[in-house]
Design a binder for this molecule. Structure first.
Ligand SMILES: Nc1nc2c(ncn2[C@@H]2O[C@H](COP(=O)(O)OP(=O)(O)OP(=O)(O)O)[C@@H](O)[C@H]2O)c(=O)[nH]1
Ligand SMILES: [Mg+2]
Length: 209
């Protein structure tokens, strides 16, 4: 079982030329502002203040790199869908994310976060289309699962399974995982998925040949 022994902030990237030189395996976190990306990252690492969280949406504006166990990266992409963001910045975000996905290095695993109480937004669906297009394996992570009664959460998961049936069976979606920073729901499952996706990382592939 994968254990996170160390987690450190490495750098914030606003321009792809600033990407870390060391091409390690990347686990990428994606989702709209306020969905709980930074909170999830902290929970995964069992560190309270590794990634800054906020009640004010739109806090994370850069691609933030964290180095885990000195051997792979957690990458926190800037949140989207924040209404107060000027149009010009929104266009900048789109370009940054798409350039990030289509640069040479494949992403080992992406986590597409969606609030468990809500339906996916048009931008969530666009992100998932991009992940399918660039053939990035990803998980749908339903955040803040503690905010739903157990039976409602079960129903919501079933709805998501139905809705994304083709992505789950023929596409790149590897599963749907409820997550909560309060109950710890989903943490071990995500660690297992991360562990099993290291094999597909570029470094491992090169070493295997
Ligand atoms: N109840 C509950 N609240 C959560 C959970 N995860 C996050 N939150 C709360 O949701 C709010 C937003 O969380 P963040 O982690 O800052 O969200 P983010 O996606 O990083 O937001 P941006 O950086 O703006 O893109 C904070 O008030 C968190 O405490 C959860 O599992 N359960
Ligand atoms: Mg954040």
């Amino acid at each position: 079982m994968l254990k996170i022994a160390s987690a450190e902030f490495l750098q914030g990237v606003v321009d792809l030329r600033q990407l870390p030189k060391n091409e390690l395996c990347e686990i990428v976190y994606i989702g709209r502002s306020n969905v709980g990306k930074s909170s999830l990252l902290n929970k995964m690492c069992n560190k309270k203040n590794l990634a800054r969280t906020s009640t004010v949406p739109g806090k994370t504006r850069e691609i933030n790199y964290y180095i885990i166990n000195n051997s792979f990266y957690f990458v926190d992409l800037p949140g989207y869908g924040y209404a107060k963001v000027p149009e010009q910045m929104r266009a900048g975000w789109k370009k940054l994310i798409e350039d990030f996905l289509k640069r040479g290095q494949p992403v080992a695993l992406a986590m597409q976060l969606i609030d468990s109480r809500q339906e996916p937004t048009p931008l969530d669906l666009m992100m998932m289309d991009w992940l399918e297009y660039y053939e990035v394996p990803y998980l749908l992570v339903l955040t803040k699962s503690d905010k739903l009664p157990f039976s409602k959460l079960g129903k919501q998961i079933e709805l998501y399974k139905d809705h994304f049936h083709s992505q789950l069976t023929e596409g790149c979606c590897r599963g749907i995982v409820p997550f909560s920073i309060i109950s710890g729901d989903g943490r071990l499952e995500l660690l297992k998925f991360i562990d099993s996706h290291f094999q597909t990382s570029p470094k491992k592939k090169k070493e295997a040949v």
